[in-house]
Design a protein around this ligand. Structure first.
Ligand code: XBP
Ligand code: MG
Length: 228
């Protein structure tokens, strides 16, 4: 094993409730009569990508809102979300900081493979690690940088290509069914830990499903899958 690949939303931190607030603030700013409840957002999260989620909602509401307007809404939403993170509203999930420390101490390369955009990864790293994203992770494969979002394998394949490693060299950490399907179809081993918004997801494809990911569990995989 040579690398750890982290999903972001729901894995590094419980971020989705703040994404939901950011979407609703953007809708209010645009004077749209849209408001996503927790129940609605839980269903919409089956669609990965904020712009894709808003396009689905537009079609369900049968409203004449252009894709350009949705892209503008997403930029406003991202600004609200970044502000929430800068206000310290989000903290890392239990054990995540220890996993990063273990990886660093044992020469494992660290990367991110996420559906969210790079701005949001930067805001989360500044807020939760106190450092810019590129000082925490060697590689960041994010959002619109791949043709197909999760559950397609694209973003994990991009992360592995940028690392110059084979999928079998890496262990992925995920929280959702879409994320597990993406990492597995890219050929990585995956440890899944359901988040608040993905607790009813089917995570059966993961190599292991746990309530929280510990360094003891990581050490088990590191020992088991390290040659020599
Ligand atoms: C979760 C997602 C993202 C976020 C919202 O990403 O599907 O779309 O819900 O972020 P991850 P955007 O792969 O990290 O779990 O609005 O930037 O898409
Ligand atoms: Mg996730």
């Amino acid at each position: 094993m040579k690398a750890l690949i982290f999903d972001v939303d729901g894995t590094l931190a419980e971020t989705e409730e703040w994404h939901r607030h950011a979407f609703n603030r953007a809708f209010a700013d645009a004077e749209l009569d849209w408001h996503w409840s927790v129940e609605t957002y839980t269903r919409l999260l089956k669609t990965t990508g904020g712009k894709e989620r808003m396009r689905l909602w537009r079609d369900l509401c049968v409203q004449d809102i252009s894709d350009e307007m949705i892209s503008d809404l997403h930029r406003i939403k991202t600004a609200h979300y970044s502000r929430f993170l800068a206000q310290g509203r989000v903290t890392l999930r239990p054990g995540i900081s220890d996993l990063i420390s273990y990886g660093r101490a044992n020469g494992l390369r660290l990367a991110v493979a996420t559906t969210t955009n790079r701005l949001n990864v930067e805001a989360l790293c500044l807020s939760c690690f106190g450092h810019p994203a590129e000082e925490v992770f060697e590689v960041i494969a994010a959002g619109d940088e791949v043709p197909m979002k999760k559950p397609a394998p694209d973003v994990y394949l991009l992360a592995m290509a940028l690392l110059g490693l084979e999928p079998s060299d890496a262990l992925a950490f995920e929280d959702s069914q879409n994320g597990v399907l993406s990492a597995k179809s890219a050929g990585l081993r995956v440890i899944a830990s359901p988040s608040l918004y993905s607790r009813s997801d089917c995570l059966d494809g993961a190599d292991e499903v746990v309530s929280s990911i510990t360094t003891d569990l990581l050490k088990k995989y590191h020992t088991q899958y390290s040659s020599g």
